[in-house]
Design a protein around this ligand. Structure first.
Ligand SMILES: NC(=O)C1=CN([C@@H]2O[C@H](COP(=O)(O)OP(=O)(O)OC[C@H]3O[C@@H](n4cnc5c(N)ncnc54)[C@H](OP(=O)(O)O)[C@@H]3O)[C@@H](O)[C@H]2O)C=CC1
Ligand SMILES: CC(C)=CCC[C@@H](C)[C@H]1CC[C@H]2C3=C(CC[C@]12C)[C@@]1(C)CCC(=O)C[C@@H]1CC3
Length: 341
């Protein structure tokens, strides 16, 4: 049977590499690249069609950081497909990243060095901003837009007699201490990325609890450290060129330096092949690469608790209501303005 797979942020990095791998796995796939930039989306489709000439690759305009765009994209998905088998929630941003050089060198000579290189704990901050919907941009893009997309696609994801999957691209940078349930959007902190990724871990567990009975299964992955536009944006390009040999050297000692997008997509691909009932909703599935370059997937228990995950879920439902109310008020105002007096 032809499976329908939707991938957000599919035009570059891990998302594009996943598409490539999925098309190699299943030639019958109906793959939908959900991207905010249609020019880049078309370039990605051309790349995919070069190696898979007969593949069915659709494009969908989706800016996951805009409520209006998510609602319009979901309508389009419902018009095009009768169900969605896999929804990969992969789009993500890390705006204005800053590496704390002093903390980095301190960490380099401490016992925490391995943890620092695999999670960036204590050395990475970002500067966030408020978007046009009045939401914090990182929260809106990495978490809330995806939540809204799931909510809108529930009729296609929760079909009787059929299982569907959502898969979140989380991160080893997801940390409980960066997340505050009283400040979901991370308005008052300097680690919005870490907070949004931790929130996706919590949300995935809540989705599993609430939706498994309706055939929807949610999982979380960590791609490791991958060289993509997102990582290249963290340091000046000459610095990356300079340290690249060191990165490949470090890879011999740590399996989390997956480095290439294709390696990073390992766990996303692996999940595609698993029976959903066999998966652990409390585990994060890590893409890992051995020193000799062999890829594998390993589940690791997440540092999450049920109560917090439930509270987050109900807060997101509340926020969804508020956002929808604001949007319909805005639309009503716009209509009133265009009616001739
Ligand atoms: N690289 C790494 O080491 C790690 C990455 N991750 C996660 O992996 C995911 C993929 O990132 P990666 O491949 O590394 O980086 P890329 O920057 O290459 O990919 C990010 C993708 O998300 C898209 N995107 C960003 N904002 C939006 C938006 N508002 N609406 C729709 N699409 C959007 C980008 O589109 P556009 O081209 O238009 O910007 C791009 O296609 C992210 O969620 C990231 O947090 C997690 C852990 C480690
Ligand atoms: C010598 C050398 C390798 C220096 C690089 C230091 C840092 C720039 C990296 C150390 C750990 C890295 C890391 C990420 C970005 C780059 C580092 C901070 C991520 C935060 C990228 C995005 C993620 O989601 C997780 C990564 C964890 C590790």
């Amino acid at each position: 049977m032809q499976r329908v797979v939707v991938v957000t942020g599919a035009n570059s990095g891990i998302g594009l590499a996943l598409c490539e791998r999925l098309l190699t796995e299943d030639t019958q796939l109906r793959l939908c690249l959900a991207c905010r930039n249609m020019q880049r989306a078309e370039a990605a489709r051309d790349t995919l069609l070069t190696s898979h000439a007969d593949a069915r690759v659709d494009l969908l305009h989706l800016d996951v950081g805009s409520v209006e765009s998510v609602l319009a994209a979901a309508q389009e998905v419902k018009a095009r497909y009768s169900r969605v088998d896999f929804l990969y929630l992969n789009a993500g941003i890390m705006p204005n990243p800053q590496v704390d050089v002093k903390a980095f060198f301190k960490g380099l000579f401490s016992t925490n060095v391995v943890n620092m290189f695999s999670t960036a704990e204590g050395i990475l901050t970002q500067q966030d901003r408020v978007n046009a919907d009045g939401l914090q941009e990182v929260f809106a893009t990495n978490l809330f837009g995806h939540f809204l997309l799931i909510r809108e696609l529930e009729p296609l994801l929760c079909e009787a007699g059929h299982t569907s999957r959502v898969v979140w691209t989380s991160s080893s940078n997801a940390r409980r201490s960066a997340f505050n349930i009283e400040d979901l959007q991370h308005r008052n902190g300097t680690e919005p990325y870490s907070s949004s990724k931790y929130a996706s871990d919590l949300l995935s567990l809540a989705l599993s609890k609430h939706k498994n009975s309706q055939g929807l299964f949610s999982s979380v992955i960590c791609p490791g450290l991958v060289m993509t536009n997102l990582t290249y944006g963290i340091l000046p390009s000459f610095f990356w060129t300079l340290i690249m040999p060191i990165m490949w050297l470090i890879r011999i000692f740590t399996n989390t330096f997956t480095l290439t997008p294709s390696n990073g997509a390992e766990a996303l691909h692996w999940l595609f092949l698993q029976k959903p009932e066999s998966l652990d909703p409390r585990a994060k599935y890590h893409s890992l690469t051995s020193g000799l370059g062999a890829n594998y997937t390993q589940p690791r228990q997440m540092d999450i608790d049920d109560d917090m995950s439930e509270v987050l879920y109900s807060k997101l439902l509340e926020l969804e209501k508020e956002v929808r109310r604001k949007l319909s008020e805005r639309n009503a105002d716009d209509k009133a303005e265009t009616v001739p007096q």
